[in-house]
Structures are given as C-alpha cells and as structure tokens.
Write a protein that binds this ligand. Structure first.
Ligand SMILES: O=c1[nH]c(=O)c2[nH]c(=O)[nH]c2[nH]1
Length: 286
C-alpha cells in the first residue's frame, strides 16, 4: 500500500476588487469578488516543501488588482478569461486555472453616487485547462415568488406523510443558476441579461404543479432563447410558506396569512441541456 497525493489546486480566494472608471464627472463602478485556483505540476511542494513551482497566492491577488488598472475590467467573464489565460501562459508548471467571480451590482443615483443593488449576485467561472477553455455564467440569490398559480398534489403517501395536498399555494425560491456557454466569445452582458430575463419570465408565466416543473420550464426557456448557451444547471430551494392556523382566534384564513419558513427547505436541482451539444470537456460545477 502506498499513500499518494491526489488532485490538488491552490490559489487566492475572494479578492475584493472595486474599480472606478472616471469619464469626466460621470463615474462607473465595478465591484467583484475574485477567486483564483491553479493546478498543474505542484506535487513537490506537497511532498517535500520545494516551492520552485509555487507562484505565491499573494502574487495572484496583486495580479487581480494590477490587471484591473492595466486592462480595465469589463464583464466578469472577460476579466476571468484574461486572468486565467495569464496564469497558464506565464507559469509553465501551471496547466489549469479556474477563476471564479461574483459581481455585485450598483444602481446609479447620480454622476458619482450609487446604491448597492441587493437583489442578486451575478457569477462567472472561467476554466482554462489542458482540455480547453470553458466559460460558465450564472447568478445566485435571485428571490422570486408567485402568490398563486402553484399546486402540489398527486404524490405518494406513506405512514410518515402529513403534507396536505394543495391546489393553491405560494411558490417561492432563491434562484441559483449556472450556464455553460458554447464558446469563449460572446456579448457577455447581453447574454446574461437575456438569460436572466428568460428565467424570470418562465417563473412568472408557468402554472406550476411542482417546483421541479418550474425548474425545467426556466431552464428550457433559457436554451430556447439563447443559442450561445449549451446547458444550464439550476438549484432551487423551495422557500416554503405555511398557512397559519387562525382558528383558535375564530378567524378564517383564506390563503392570506403565512409563516415564511426558514429551514428545512426542499432543494430542487436539475440540469437542462441540448441533445446536440458535446458534453463539457471538463467538470464545471465547481
Ligand atoms: O414543488 C414541490 N416539489 C416537491 O418535491 C415537494 N415536496 C414537498 O414536500 N413539497 C414540494 N413541492
């Protein structure tokens, strides 16, 4: 029996970068959380402490800030590609780079004033590896709610089942979605807005018999309307809303007063894909 080093990577996680672009009196703001993970011929440092191939994570952080100044930032996908390609191109022992980005939105209040837009976080993951390059866009924490047009019934019952069947309930979720692009060139901002709008429209317009059905509807609407997207993965927590029993107070509750549940929550996860795209060349659900 031998003990061997398995897969490994390392990098600087969560470098927070704010970039102000000053075009005269009108400023623009980009606010990112950037994580870099490099892999390659990095066994020596683990086995003997030989750091000859270990570009310091401190350097990765510095590169993020220096690139923001030298190249500007643009979309998260573009900035991620720039960084990932740089590390693989300039460090011979590095064969793979994953750059994960979270982009926080700011709404304009004036030429140089902004208000943090708190409703969702845009994400991007760029992977450069021996198998090729992959761009994954996404969003998380987009909270949606339909106050009707949702039913849940027809499920199996066993001795532990207490859930009443319903033809009228609240359906709410916090969308966590990631989608794989066919290519590494796209109008990333336009593509993101289109994918987000498609998901939201599908949520609004689907009469739902299960959150699973809504998930497939959201995913297929994205693929229907965005030819540049190959595949989408969704994780949808079911943010349960429980009807409050007001009968002790001799009050009816015709679906008006709810407890917003916190945990536990149902978690519905699924991939919606096309039957004519090649499978991803590398794992991207990182
Ligand atoms: O849309 C739903 N899907 C489920 O799988 C499920 N399970 C559950 O208890 N409530 C719900 N709702």
């Amino acid at each position: 029996m031998a003990i061997v080093l398995g897969s490994n990577r390392y990098g600087k996680a969560e470098t927070r970068l704010v970039r102000v672009t000053r075009a005269g009196d009108t400023h623009a703001l980009i606010d990112l959380n950037v994580s870099v993970a490099l892999s390659g011929e990095l066994a020596a440092t683990h086995l003997t402490g030989d750091n000859a191939g270990v570009l310091p994570t401190d350097t990765m952080k510095n590169t993020v800030y220096a690139f923001a100044r030298e190249h500007g930032v643009g979309s998260p996908e573009e900035f991620g590609l720039l960084l990932a390609r740089h590390f693989v191109a300039t460090q011979p022992q590095v064969t793979g780079a994953v750059v994960g980005l979270e982009s926080f939105g700011w709404e304009r209040l004036g030429p140089h004033s902004f208000r943090r837009a708190g409703d969702f976080v845009r994400t991007a993951t760029v992977i450069v590896s021996p198998a090729g390059e992959q761009v994954v866009s996404g969003l998380k924490d987009l909270v949606l709610l339909n106050s009707t047009a949702s039913e849940f019934h027809g499920y199996p019952r066993d001795r532990y089942t207490t859930l009443p069947e319903t033809t009228e309930r609240i359906l709410s979720t916090a969308v966590d979605a990631r989608w794989r692009h066919r290519s590494t060139a796209a109008d990333w901002d336009e593509s993101f807005e289109g994918a987000k709008d498609a998901m939201v429209n599908a949520f609004v317009n689907t009469y739902s018999y299960s959150l699973q059905q809504t998930l497939f509807s959201m995913g297929s609407r994205v693929l229907d309307s965005r030819s540049e997207i190959a595949e989408i993965r969704l994780a949808l927590p079911n943010k349960h809303h429980y009807l409050v029993d007001l009968s002790p107070f001799e009050l009816e509750n015709p679906n008006e007063v709810f407890i917003a549940g916190d945990r536990p929550y149902g978690l519905i996860e699924g991939t919606v894909t096309r039957d004519d795209v090649p499978p991803a060349a590398m794992e991207w659900y990182l």
